[in-house]
Design a protein around this ligand. Structure first.
Ligand SMILES: Cc1ncc(COP(=O)(O)O)c(C=O)c1O
Length: 460
């Protein structure tokens, strides 16, 4: 259970005080986790640098309430999936209705599955056909398999700073000593086969050198995958649009499939996700999070000539691929997804400009304050997704983001928590439709106050 701040010895004076305050405020979380020791295997990782996980008991609109009754403005918001906030009445009643009147697992297609596919295809995106699975991780796994089958080629292009899910092809980082324009792929953590490494080509993010690498490897390259916006390094429209569009062209000219991973950006940046936001049409796109209304989901959508390989194995097509999943398309997820996406669809003209402007406003407020105060802190955002960085240089790619958490950052997150703002341990932060501009302003004040407390300890 040891957390970085368990002993508290490295914290500043304000840091120690806040830690003591949080320990007093979270007695039930503490008792519940300490009683079970290592049972949960989560340590402090799940818990925002607390020496024990803070257990969350309930969600309420834009707030989370922990096991001790403390309330937080929630910027984790289900890792971004709860775009309509916690217990939105429409999603809630769809779930209650499904559970009470119809059931939650059939193992065969159900009417809401067809409706959700339709909701997905209604976006301004590449989906001509859709398959559902249970997570974003599964969605990219299937997209990779179908791309290899379709192209007959083995390799994948991924960008420095990427995350495409927890399977072996979804994780990796550039060797920090490798050149920026020719990053060398390294797996993250142990247990990844060398064969995986051999088949991944790491491309430099937001660099034209990536285009040259794609052309060089085109005979072996099945597909290039890119997040709509890298969650490790979010950037706005004017910084990414031309790059994504050119990437698509280079892939098409090189006969390499182009996939956009919209697990985070789908239905978040716009109803049609990053494809609509940046006006770029890939061959395949993967989805998760918002699509499922807060229940586990993944989906792959794309060109029908590629997508048909999901069905054709049974008809003897040598290029057909295997897919399956006990819970894929399950009725509860489909009901929640239909409720959430229908509301987003009907109100898209109001929802997305408001969401994106809340993200913009938060970033501008903190950036202006940090500049005025001479604090080496900055916020990057793409619409309603944002991240706070404890460094002031230009953040071009993931290697500029500061790496390990500094003491200032650790203390900052504890101050935020103590003052009722929850930013997840992963730092990836999201605003939902039920966060009002006033609430976002309130959070901005707490962020400023927390930065000041860190500065008083001479850490900033
Ligand atoms: C871009 C991207 N792809 C894939 C995934 C994996 O999705 P899941 O956690 O649902 O497996 C994530 C998760 O955050 C993601 O951000």
């Amino acid at each position: 259970m040891a957390g970085a701040s368990e002993s508290g010895e490295h914290l500043g004076r304000n840091g120690r005080e806040v830690r003591d305050s949080l320990l007093l405020k979270n007695k039930r979380s503490q008792a519940l986790t300490l009683a079970t020791g290592e049972l949960m295997n989560s340590g402090s990782a799940a818990s925002l640098e607390m020496p024990f996980p803070v257990l969350m008991e309930a969600g309420d609109g834009p707030f989370l309430i922990d096991a001790d009754g403390n309330r937080y403005i929630d910027f984790q918001i289900g890792f971004g999936s709860m775009l309509l906030g916690h217990r939105h009445p429409l999603v809630q009643s769809a779930l209650l209705d499904q559970a009470a009147n119809r059931g939650w697992q059939f193992g065969l297609h159900n009417p809401n599955q067809v409706k959700l596919a339709d909701q997905l295809i209604k976006g301004d995106n590449c989906a001509e056909r859709v398959i559902f699975c249970n997570s974003g991780t599964e969605s990219t796994m299937y997209a990779i398999r179908v791309a290899r089958a379709f192209s007959g080629k083995p390799k994948l292009g991924v960008f420095d700073g990427f995350y495409h899910g927890a399977h072996d092809y979804g994780i990796g980082a550039a060797d920090p000593n490798s050149p920026r324009d020719a990053p060398v792929y390294q797996p993250i953590g142990a247990g990844v086969l060398p064969a995986i490494v051999e088949n991944q080509i790491m491309l430099p993010y937001r660099s034209d050198a990536a285009f040259e690498l794609i052309r060089q490897h085109k005979d072996d390259l099945a597909m290039v995958m890119i997040e709509g916006v890298q969650s490790s390094n979010p950037h706005e429209k004017h910084e990414l649009t031309a790059y994504l569009q050119e990437l698509k062209t280079v892939c098409a000219e090189s006969d390499v499939l182009f996939m956009m991973d919209e697990v985070i950006t789908g239905f978040r940046l716009a109803y049609g996700g990053a494809q609509e936001y940046f006006d770029v049409q890939p061959d395949l796109a993967t989805y998760g999070k918002v699509l499922g209304g807060g229940l586990p989901i993944g989906a792959v959508g794309g060109r029908s000539d590629i997508m048909k390989l999901f069905n054709s194995m049974a008809m003897g097509d040598k290029k057909g691929i295997m897919s399956g999943g006990t819970f894929s398309g399950n009725p509860l997820t489909m009901a929640a997804g239909v409720a959430q996406t229908s509301f987003l669809d009907e109100n898209r003209a109001e929802i997305y400009p408001r969401l994106n402007s809340m993200g913009q406003r938060l970033a501008e407020t903190i950036n202006q304050y940090a500049r005025e105060q001479g604090m080496g802190v900055q916020v990057l955002n793409a619409g309603s997704m944002f991240q706070i960085y404890f460094n002031e240089g230009e953040i071009w790619s993931a290697r500029d983001t500061g790496g390990m958490r500094s003491q200032a950052e650790t203390d900052f997150y504890l101050h935020l928590l103590d003052n009722g703002v929850l930013i997840p341990g992963t730092r990836r932060s999201f605003i939902s439709h039920v966060h009002t501009p006033e609430l976002v302003d309130e959070a901005a004040e707490i962020i400023k106050k927390s930065l000041n407390l860190v500065r008083q300890d001479d850490l900033l």
